[in-house]
Structures are given as C-alpha cells and as structure tokens.
Ligand binder design. Structure first.
Ligand code: HPA
Length: 293
C-alpha cells in the first residue's frame, strides 16, 4: 500500500502554540460554518480573527462563499472558535489536511465541535430551507478506502480503532430538538442521516437513487471526515445541515442544481440557523460534564 502522508503531532503543536501565543481566549466550543453560513461567526462578541494564510500549517480555502478566517470570541458567554470557511476534498486536499483544524481544536482545549453544512435532500419529506439535525452519517468515502485516520495511528489523539456508533451526541441532539420546539421551528427542523461524497459534481440521478435507497436523508461534500477525526480524539459532536436543494431522483425533471442556488438559500436561511445554534450553545453548559452519549 502507498504510504499515507500526514502531519506529525509536533506540527499540530506548532500551530496550537502559535494560536495560544496570539490570543488569550481559550475556546471550549468549535464551530465550523458551512457554505454561506458564516453569519454565526460574525455574531461572536470580543472577536479576534486570524486569516488562515497567517496561521502556521493551516490550509487555505479556495471556494466562493467560503472565507478563510478563524474567529475567536464569545457566543452566549461561552468561549468559542469559529471556522469561517472549511476545506474540502474536491479542492485537492487529502483528508488529513481537510481535518487538520479538528486536532488543533482538541489541543486548544475544545471539548465540543459543532459542524454545519449545506446539503441536498433525498427524502421526499424534506423541503428547501429545512434544517436537519444530523443523527448519524454515512462516510461514503471511508467505506471505499478514503479515511482521514488511515496511516500510522497517533495514540496521543485517540485509539487505532475508534467506535463511531455514538458519533453525534444524543443529549445535544435532544436539546437541539427541544430548542427548535421552543423557537417555533418544529415544522422545518428534522433529524436525519447525512452522507458525505467527495464532489465537486452534484449527483447523477442513478447516484441520487442509490443514496436514497441507502437511507440517506441529505447529501453534501463535507462533515463526515471532520466528525471521524473529532470522535477519534474524543470531542463531543453536534451537526446540522441546511437543506439548500432537493436532489433530483426523477429522469423527467429539468431543473439543475448549482452552487449559486445553494449559496442563495443558505444566505436566506442563515439567520434561522444562527438563532437555533446560538440558543443551543447557550444551553450546552447545562449538559456539560454529564456522562456523554
Ligand atoms: N449534493 C451534494 N452536495 C451538496 C448538495 C447536493 O445536492 N447541495 C449542497 N451541497
């Protein structure tokens, strides 16, 4: 087998030491903002922001709609760090680079990772603009031999064979659904299964039908790899998808999905997602230090 390249523990440390010496903030929650969903990062109080290009070893994001900044600040009084712009496999990055920030967060002292993304819905019960709490994922790339944990295991981060059956924290999911209810969002907040594909093309109709038959509710080009690495190093994970389009499963449909449409919907719904996540982050403390999943 071909040797798998990756960064050594010391390279992660180098990045973390640089960040610790450039900010006094010590985040406990990390939030990854998906396509067009950077509004949340903008709402942090006492912001300190770093361009990815200035942070040692950090990749840079190349996608329209994805800025490249790491923003420290407070959300509902909780110390947070937000990624405004993430890295994707379709940009040409290997998965260990796509997931590089996750281990940096771990070494910074982060305990909980919140991931957001834009996704296409396969289920007929979903509408454009819905929010989906991620109950579980299908890491399609991992199933066919592209996993960010491949290569020598770094025991200082986690075990060689991590369990993934409890990937998305049960208590945070319940709290999110409860918060959605309190905000009057019940009609458009659902819970479902996310599937990560590499992209950059959107799905063919046969692929859409395959994913639907596998039990996928929403498909996108991110998240699962980041979650695998986060769970490996013991972070608690909460994930949420914004449904930006319905994936065509019908040969008679003429409509084509495009990135601008995806961005347009995420910008339109960003404030709703922001409201839900802000409320949720404010309540995370109430389930902190309880016994995990
Ligand atoms: N497919 C894959 N990724 C996506 C989609 C989609 O339909 N919508 C937003 N990201």
């Amino acid at each position: 087998m071909q040797a798998v390249e990756s960064f050594s523990f010391e390279r992660y440390r180098e990045t973390v030491d640089w960040l610790l010496s450039h900010t006094k903030q010590r985040p406990r929650i990390a939030i990854i903002c998906g396509s067009g969903l950077g509004l949340l990062a903008d709402s942090l109080k006492n912001q300190e922001s770093f361009q990815y290009t200035d942070i040692p070893n950090f990749p840079r994001s190349t996608v329209p709609g994805h800025e490249g900044r790491l923003i420290f600040g407070e959300l509902q009084g909780q110390p947070c760090v937000c990624m405004k712009g993430r890295f994707h496999m379709y940009e040409g990055y290997p998965l260990w680079k796509v997931t590089f920030p996750i281990r940096v967060f771990k070494l910074l002292g982060v305990e909980t990772l919140v991931v957001t993304n834009a996704a296409g819905a396969l289920g007929d019960s979903y509408n454009v603009g819905d929010l989906m709490v991620i109950r579980d994922h299908i890491n399609l790339l991992g199933l066919v031999g592209e996993n960010p944990l491949m290569g020598p295991n770094e025991d200082r981060f986690g075990p060689r064979f991590p369990a993934l059956s409890d990937a998305y924290d049960r208590k945070i999911r319940a709290l999110a659904m409860e918060t959605a209810r309190q905000l009057g969002y019940t009609s458009f907040v659902k819970e479902g299964v996310y599937c990560m594909v590499s992209g950059p093309n959107f799905e063919s109709i046969a692929e859409a039908r395959l994913l639907h038959s596998l039990g996928v509710d929403a498909v996108g080009m991110s998240t699962a790899a980041e979650v695998v690495v986060a769970r490996h190093c013991g972070l608690r994970v909460f994930g949420m998808s914004l449904i930006t389009n319905k994936v065509t499963k019908d040969y008679d449909t003429q409509e084509l999905v495009d990135h601008h449409g995806v961005l347009e919907v995420s910008q339109r719904r960003a404030s709703t997602l922001q409201k839900l996540l802000t409320e949720l982050v404010g309540k995370l403390e109430s389930i902190d230090n309880s016994s995990g999943n």
